[in-house]
Design a protein around this ligand. Sequence first.
Ligand SMILES: Cc1ncc(COP(=O)(O)O)c(C=O)c1O
Ligand SMILES: NCC(=O)CCC(=O)O
Length: 429
Amino acid sequence: MNFKKSEKLYQKGLTHLVGAVNSPVRAFSSVGGNPLFIKKAKGSKIYDVDGNEYVDLVVSYGPMILGHRHKAVEKAAKKALKKGYSFGASTEAEIKLAKIVCDAFPEMDKVRFVNSGTEAVLSGIRLARAYTGKDKIIKFSGCYHGHQDALLVAAGSGLATLSLPGSKGVPEGAVKNTLIAEYNNLESVKKHFEEHDDIAGVIIEPIGGNMGVVIPQNNFLKKLKEYLQSKGALLIADEVMTGFRSTFGGAQEKLGVVADITCLGKVIGGGFPVGAYGARNEIMENVAPLGGMYQAGTLSGNPIAMAGGISTLTELKKQNPYDKFQEIGSILEVILLESAKKYNVDVVVNRFGSMMNPFFTKNKVTNFKEAQASDTEKFAVFFWEMIKNGVFLPPSQFEAWFLNSAISDKDIKIIAHATDKAMLAVSKI
Ligand SMILES: Cc1ncc(COP(=O)(O)O)c(C=O)c1O
Ligand SMILES: NCC(=O)CCC(=O)O
């Protein structure tokens, strides 16, 4: 396996692109080496420009839940393309996707489409403030909610990978209403309520996916919702990663919790740029043109993106792959753990349905601090051995791996073989 063409493109890309990437998570900062350049993808596989083939466990950081270029999605997008790309006016497709989305969440009467998860969350936060008339928002350390100013503190994803406590260029004023709590620690939330009476709500990834996978323990989410209700504050579920992935109704359905505002992205567009935020009528009626909270978008509800979303969600409903994800996920979990045991490597595997990852640590991982105790050098060695043996992973200890419904038994064998080689390599450092 060689990466010569990727290497060449990387050098070329450095001239006019920052770090030759358009999102820092794509840089190989924490694993060393240079990013791979992709030529194409199909089904469960992704191919780089040097012709190397990989089983893809990144799937564009989540959206490609049916695998790449699913027939139904490709057909729908091509059909939409022929009718025009953007109109700046309403289409029937928006109504169709809105119904599919609202039907999936019990208390979602209305939804507004935007173009990314970042936009979905920044709008959801604005809505919580507009509805409650309060300014403060609690977020959990290690959770990532896109790159809006107010939430770029103690964030996961690329900030965790690059060990950044926050972002330069964010004025103090932009984060003065952001309070930080610890995941799985209700007391840390209560403490803020004891000190402040102007908290609009709490935003949470119902399954943490941006510090690696972190799962709520002991009904944490249910208890959080009950507590917030008693305080008249809103629960804002950032289901950008988990929506239509944990199951069709998202992590909320799996965990038996209903949020006041739900933010969506990734799978909802099936690889096209779509985000959304939704809630019950009483909340959504605050959004313009019905109410005074302004939020807009030239390309929002884009017809190609809507077609991608409708076809992806319709196919997902038909396939209902969630039991299969559970099955494949538990097989991969066993593969990772047995291989770690064989080579005497300390590994903890966290998994929730089709989201999982190993942490190179001895102790359980239930919050950001525990995730940060992982050995990132070991992860870097593991990552490159997986790549060399045909498995494409996110280049960070703090990112989730995602399953897709095109993964085959043969792919699982490739992953098992690569894992064995990778754990052996880790055991030698
Ligand atoms: C939970 C969560 N929220 C928000 C975002 C932001 O979405 P986007 O990258 O589409 O702006 C992401 C991923 O990036 C995410 O994982
Ligand atoms: N977990 C990381 C993401 O989901 C974001 C991807 C990106 O920012 O490119």
